[in-house]
Design a protein around this ligand. Structure first.
Ligand code: URA
Length: 276
């Protein structure tokens, strides 16, 4: 029996089935509210009970008609914001994120991926979400696209050791790298906004369309926005020069675009020199 189960599991792994999740995200905002609790009814005395009918009891409703537990809701996004706003150091923020149980992505992720590099460095890079390597190691941008990011930053003299600080708009890997739901993004973004406030870099770099849209709250695509300086305004009114740029994963798929990314890197280098 155990051997049979082990063989089945081995077969699943060989076929690439390594996560017990669905392909599509569940939009819990669209889900019906949970059914109201049934009021307790006092049982009738045995004598008053109707005779038991001679037919099969009604079958239970199919699983998908049951009201889902609301794992995500606008209230949880609000909770994330309150929690994030209450943090006054990066260490407090990291602890708050690690302890936050409101985001469904945490349930399928192996690790919380907070940040890497040097807090307080002149450049802060914000990417999209941890992938499989990042989830396994608990650090952002450590897979192939992270290695490309490191080489790109090194070309303008910046390393994780003092030159830049790096994170993502999501702190948990979306299962199968699927697109995160609006609620998942909203919850993590509340923390990311505080993250930028507390790290207060000289220059913010947004890597890829998903991070650009979320952080700048825009519907404009990365192709239009990349290479153009914009500003990210902190709560105290400070405006951080912000550079939207292609995601390194995109550059790996489209090497011809590296030419434009090189222009972006030169612009970042120039801005840092201007800022002193
Ligand atoms: N892609 C990202 O956006 N972030 C990572 O941490 C890794 C890959």
């Amino acid at each position: 029996m155990i051997e049979g189960t082990a063989a089945l599991l081995r077969w699943y792994v060989e076929q690439g089935v390594d996560e017990a999740i669905g392909e599509e995200p569940i939009d819990r905002f669209a889900a019906p509210p949970p059914a109201p609790a049934v009021a307790a009814v006092a049982p009738s005395p045995p004598a008053a009970r109707a005779p038991t009918p001679l037919r099969a009891p009604p079958s239970p409703p199919p699983a998908q008609t049951r009201a889902p537990v609301p794992l995500e809701s606008p209230q949880l996004v609000e909770d994330a914001r309150t929690l994030a706003d209450g943090c006054s150091t990066l260490a407090e923020l990291e602890a708050a994120i690690r302890g936050f149980e409101g985001c469904a992505l945490k349930r399928t992720a192996k690790n919380t991926v907070f940040a890497d590099g040097t807090p307080g460095a002149p450049v802060m890079i914000v990417g999209e979400a941890p992938g499989a390597d990042e989830d396994r190691l608990g650090k952002p941008f450590v897979g192939v696209s992270g290695q490309l990011m490191d080489r790109m930053m090194a070309s303008i003299g910046l390393t994780r050791d003092g030159g830049f600080y790096i994170t993502n708009i999501l702190f948990w890997r979306p299962p199968g790298n699927r697109t995160p739901t609006t609620a998942e993004q909203g919850m993590c973004l509340a923390f990311t906004r505080r993250h930028i406030e507390l790290a207060k870099p000289k220059v913010l770099v947004l890597a890829g369309g998903v991070a650009v849209k979320a952080v700048l709250d825009t519907t404009e695509g990365i192709t239009r926005l990349r290479g153009k300086w914009t500003g990210y305004t902190l709560g105290d009114g400070t405006v951080i020069p912000t550079m939207p740029t292609f995601h390194p994963a995109y550059l790996l798929r489209t090497p011809a675009s590296k030419r434009q990314s090189w222009q972006d890197l030169l612009a970042i280098d120039k801005k840092l020199k201007e800022l002193g």
